[in-house]
Design a protein. Structure first.
Lengths: 276, 276
DNA sequence: CGAATAATGGAACATACATTCCATTTTGCT
DNA sequence: AGCAAAATGGAATGTATGTTCCATTATTCG
């Protein structure tokens, strides 16, 4: 390490740090280069790791990592770490002020809104663990894994849930068919023996979804589904139903629970298929 | 704090911690409740903050926050912090082993699978608070609220995100148009001056989405977007970009963060429209 | 090849932090 | 109101972590 590198000033944002990293990586001695390469790949660890941890992961002694920080212009590891911790903490101290300010100017409290939805998401996810039994899920996964084609249906609020399932099934090479559009009832024609229908509907339950599942079930095709209420009429003809209630915030329900649950279901189906 | 609460064992994942938090928040003394309420809203800060910082932000003495950690079953602050740091530190590339393990015992452990995805969901939600600034969100919401029509585009993994947005916009009576299908580039014809395009794309970025946003932007139509990486080429021509990284589990990413974030965005747009 | 310089890693040191203790205040109960 | 039990916050303590030092090893260049 030459005088020159010591004179540099510390980067005060991540971009600058990356530039400096890339610029210096060539003319750095072996161990310091090791630090640079590792750090470049694991920037996110700095905020939550000690020097010793970073040094060990990079395969160098703590003192070497220390010198690496200084080569980048920082006074030490702590100052470099502060840069990454700032990302998380920056807006904390003035949170209260900020909110007051937003309120005052008559503006929408977007920050608060987002925090509320995040909170709501946590609550939705919590309910899954309480309501869903693994037996249940396993049974449905097993049925879907033996199906020739898995047919999917879900409208309105449920549509994003089944479109996510369709994407996953396709990605995993599992034959699937997503039903949508106005003439949906006609599409019963494309459902054959050996197929399975998985339907998602939330209250108030979509007329079309209900009708399609009823018609399909009466033809002897197994129907499974996901809903948010015991009262879902589909329960009558479905072999099994999953029930996941989303937390409500100001009349809105983000389908966190439904998407998480159905993703787990799809992965379980894939795992079962691989097994047999 | 009674004997009873001291006997509890420490939560070993975010879900358990949240449950314990919610369960205990009622019968906690004033200052400890203060800790609980603040912590519930600022979970993401624990990984990068000291006890003193958390205590100060919560408005209590460090020793009180200490006791709060113990009331939750942890031996101290450090152990609780470890839980949140693990999120960053844990190596996740062993999902191959994990999937293999799922098979070993003869049947797929669906219960465990679901619990893992739920945990992953919590983690995704935590990162939102870390990465998104409310200024940012507000700016985009403001732009969308002034648009004649909000055009939406997102394919593959992003499709369920935009389809959810489209549903919400329609439900709220905000003019919107969801672009999809093969001839998507042709649909630039339906985008006029005064409109805005909001695009969602995750790495590896969908060719069609990138092209549509570029073409639209070059016509002078403002483009905004959501992605999961700084390297998204769309950043070049987009006015503003939101970046939300989802937690990965066994190679799968459930779009919890993206859906939560965009829902908040839509609601913010509605609120702004109502205001003016 | 050998001297001079740079790089390295272990150990010593200093600081900041988590944790505990205890005097004081608050709360709950008779 | 007055006592007992619980809760609280500041100060004391011990530990973990960042940082520096220095003897040893590697590298460069005449």
């Amino acid at each position: 390490m030459t005088e020159q590198t010591l004179i540099q000033t510390a980067p005060d944002n991540v971009s600058e740090l990356l530039e400096k990293l890339d610029a210096s990586v060539e003319n750095l001695p072996k161990r310091l280069k090791q630090c640079a390469v590792f750090t470049r790949r694991h920037l996110h660890l700095i905020a939550v790791s000690t020097v010793s941890e970073m040094a060990e992961s990079a395969g160098v002694a703590p003192s070497v990592y220390m010198r690496f920080c200084q080569a980048l212009g920082f006074s030490g590891y702590s100052t470099m770490q502060a840069l990454f911790r700032a990302q998380f903490t920056e807006f904390r101290p003035n949170y209260q002020e900020r909110m007051a300010l937003l309120h005052k100017e008559g503006n929408v409290q977007t920050g608060r809104l987002l925090a509320d939805f995040v909170e709501s998401g946590h609550r939705s996810l919590l309910t899954i663990s309480n309501t869903i039994t693994s037996d249940h899920l396993e049974q449905i996964a097993s049925a879907l894994s033996r199906a020739r084609v898995v047919h999917l249906v879900g409208l309105r609020r449920a549509f994003c849930v089944v479109s996510n399932m369709a994407y996953l099934f396709e990605k995993l090479g599992i034959p699937t068919h997503l039903h949508y559009g106005t003439g949906m009832l006609d599409s019963t024609g494309s459902i054959f023996d050996g197929d399975v229908l998985f339907a998602v509907t939330f209250s108030p339950f979509s007329e079309e979804t209900i009708r399609l599942t009823e018609a399909t079930s009466k033809r002897g095709i197994p129907v499974y589904g996901l809903t948010d209420s015991e009262r879902c009429p589909m329960s009558e003809w479905a072999k099994e139903m999953l029930i996941a209630q989303e937390d409500e915030l100001a009349g809105f329900r983000v389908p966190n629970a439904a998407i998480t649950l159905t993703t787990a279901l799809v992965v379980a189906v894939k795992a079962m298929k691989d097994q047999s």
